[in-house]
Ligand binder design. Structure first.
Ligand SMILES: Cc1ncc(C[n+]2csc(CCOP(=O)(O)OP(=O)(O)O)c2C)c(N)n1
Length: 667
């Protein structure tokens, strides 16, 4: 939509922007908490964007070809709530607006995603929004390459603040977007010179426009309170062949006569006196939460003006071939193709029969060949470790700035940006992102991984080189505490499979869960295949199961293990069995799924009353819930060392002998 097709303004721009200003400031005042400065400062920009450029239909917030709007400066969430209310989004009533930040209200402090229709993504953690937006814009190009301009042709708009641009992740994001020439990504920077501690020049004097320009962006600067200038800049951005940054020079808290332009407006209610003064200053005599009919009507028209575009799109979608249309609708719904599990089962059967001695990272690469062949919406990648993490398959050609038909992203050494981009790809819809790096670098991605979990997104993290088993690269690369960290993350499934069969099962579980991100924790070193008899049943689905039951009498001991240590547990069991101690081995590829089973199943697997010893080449944290304080643990209690892997397992005592001794000392 261009500015020449502007809505017939019944109300003036100033009135429409003031509606945002005062809904926002009044809601913060009522809640006695929140951030009025940003919504008041960016009200003019947001009014121009929503009324003249953003392609959306408030009555159909999930329309696949809508423009996406990401509020990276998520502390200013009242800006978005005001817009959603004014545009008539279902459920965003004036009561919700006036209930800002209250328990159960749709108007949460930082809504992230999923709280209300029309919220594509906002972020509490500054910088995540702009980085996630790169994923949205990339997903649009990927979908466009598959379905064409007729069906996929939309923009991603972002409002970002100074804080977003200070965060390191912003550099990863802008560099990635510039390299890919994501020309439909348009960032509106709230250039107000103010942060919490005071003026931004206390901490940053970067030439932001030069920074973006150096990363291959189109850059402009405008008076963020001049609607004509804002519209002109947005108009120019429409046809750019690069991503665009529009620096919008604004006054934080614009309209509050005594506080505007200062950090006092950033994150505190203005106070009754200042609000009254602002009403006088801006010519807004209306009571809190009252918007006069003409202004309301003008905003309602904005909410509806995308209907024609939506209908036109629907007609074009209908003109696709039946196959293409149903494929588009399938991927948009997030449903996997109907026959994909057959391919997984055939692969499992092959592994059980041939019993390869693959590292689990290699096993992951093998099942990925199968999966990417049958699930075309899978988009792979890695942070410059493709050959190590085995995420690229014959089905996944590289994505480049000139060819988006590929399915493999070279994210570069930008783990955090990669994780955020995957969130954006998943949120955009129609694609399933997975990508790899070393497990220990999960620390570098954690901010975005936490958001994958919080936003219920199917993002799959391939995390290889998972322990001292990586050997010579030494303790900087050897994760010891990372599993515990990830297991502490709510709504995140940590999979640590022990062999190629479990690897295939865990991949199937990760893909089959559209609300939960997963980590596939995989070894560098080779391991034996332990699941040697085939079943179509996914034994990993319960998170933990009896891999080998005790023989020759009632079970005396239970050895619990994950990943590479399951084979050590099996060796220990063999010795204990031969010495007359009936011992079971429980493989626990996913604690989270095991914890979701009923008590009876858990007790049966864990062996009530038996001696329990856990073995995992990581710290003990978390294992006590299974082995209890009197149980044994064989693992790490500090950082690893640089040496060949076999020597390290001996050196740190992660051996079958030690497991046997731990059991025996408890008999
Ligand atoms: C990663 C992260 N660090 C710190 C914060 C806390 N915080 C919220 S807003 C803000 C200042 C942001 O300044 P700016 O982007 O200029 O916003 P404005 O003052 O213009 O509203 C800070 C430090 C946060 N939300 N996320």
């Amino acid at each position: 939509m261009s500015s020449s097709e502007a809505v017939k303004d019944v109300a003036s721009h100033a009135d429409m922007a003031n509606a945002i200003r005062f809904l926002s400031a009044d809601a913060v005042q009522k809640a006695k908490s929140g951030h009025p400065g940003m919504p008041m400062g960016m009200a003019d920009v947001a009014t121009v964007l929503f009324s003249k450029f953003l392609k959306f239909d408030a009555a159909n917030p999930d329309w696949a070809d809508r423009d996406r709007f990401v509020l990276s400066a998520g502390h200013g969430s009242m800006l978005l709530y005001s817009l959603l209310h004014l545009c008539g989004y279902d459920g965003m009533s004036i009561e919700e607006v006036s209930n800002f930040r209250q328990l159960g209200a749709k108007t949460a402090g930082h809504p992230e995603y999923g709280h209300a229709a029309g919220i594509e993504m906002t972020t509490g953690p500054l910088g995540q929004g702009i980085a996630t937006a790169v994923g949205f814009a990339l997903a649009e190009r990927l979908q466009n390459a598959r379905y064409g301009d007729q069906v996929v042709d939309h923009k991603t708009y972002v409002i970002a603040g100074d804080g977003c641009l200070m965060e390191g992740i912003s550099q990863e994001a802008i560099s990635m977007a510039g390299n890919l020439k994501l020309s439909k990504l348009i960032v509106l920077w709230d250039d107000n010179d103010i942060c919490i501690d005071g003026p931004t020049n206390m901490t940053v004097n970067d030439d932001q426009l030069a920074r973006f320009k150096a990363s291959n962006w189109n850059t402009m600067s405008v008076d963020g309170h001049d609607p004509v200038a804002i519209a002109a800049a947005l108009e120019k951005a429409q046809t750019s062949d690069k991503p665009t940054l529009i620096g919008c020079k604004t006054i934080i808290g614009r309209g509050a006569p005594n506080k505007q332009g200062t950090s006092a407006t950033h994150g505190a209610p203005l106070g009754d006196d200042e609000l009254a003064a602002a009403r006088a200053e801006m010519g807004w005599p209306h009571e809190p939460f009252v918007v006069p009919a003409d202004i309301k009507d003008s905003w309602a028209i904005v909410g509806q003006q995308g209907q024609a575009a939506h209908q036109g799109w629907q007609q074009r979608l209908d003109q696709l071939s039946a196959d293409q249309r149903s494929e588009f609708e399938r991927v948009t719904s997030g449903k996997l193709p109907s026959d994909w599990m057959n391919a997984v089962n055939a692969h499992k059967k092959m592994c059980s029969e041939e019993q390869p001695k693959w590292a689990t990272r290699v096993a992951s690469g093998e099942i990925l060949k199968v999966l990417t062949d049958v699930i075309p919406e899978m988009i792979g990648g890695s942070a410059d470790l493709t050959g190590s993490v085995n995420t690229k398959t014959p089905s996944t050609e590289s994505i480049t700035a000139t060819d988006f038909t590929g399915r493999y992203m070279h994210y570069g050494v930008r783990e955090h940006g990669m994780a955020a981009a995957m969130n954006g790809i998943a949120l955009h819809g129609g694609l399933v992102p997975y990508s790899g790096t070393f497990l220990v670098f999960a620390d570098y991605m954690k901010g975005a991984m936490r958001l994958s979990s919080l936003m219920n997104q199917r993002v799959i993290y391939v995390l290889t080189h998972d322990s001292i088993g990586l050997g010579e690269d030494g303790p900087t690369h050897q994760a010891v505490e990372t599993l515990a960290m990830l297991r502490g993350l709510p709504n995140f499934n940590v999979f640590r499979p022990c062999d190629p069969v479990e690897v295939a099962e865990c991949w199937a579980l990760a893909l089959d869960n559209s609300d939960t991100p997963s980590g596939m924790v995989l070894t560098r070193q080779g391991l034996p295949t332990l699941r040697t008899s085939h079943t179509n049943e996914n034994l990993s689905a319960k998170g933990g199961y009896i891999l080998a039951e005790a023989e020759g009498g009632d079970r005396v001991a239970t050895i619990l293990a994950t990943g590479s240590e399951v084979s050590i547990a099996m060796q220990a069991r063999e010795r204990l069995q031969s010495e007359g101690t009936p011992t079971a081995v429980v493989s626990m590829p996913c604690w989270e799924l095991f914890d979701a089973q009923d008590e009876a199943y858990q007790q049966k697997v864990l062996g009530q009353g038996t001696i329990r010893v856990a073995v995992e080449a990581a710290i003990r944290m978390g294992w006590d819930k299974y082995v209890r304080s009197h149980g044994g643990f064989v693992g790490m209690d500090g950082f690893g060392a640089s040496a060949p892997a076999g020597q390290l397992y001996e050196h740190f005592g992660i051996t079958a002998d030690n497991v046997v001794n731990q059991v025996k000392s408890r008999i």
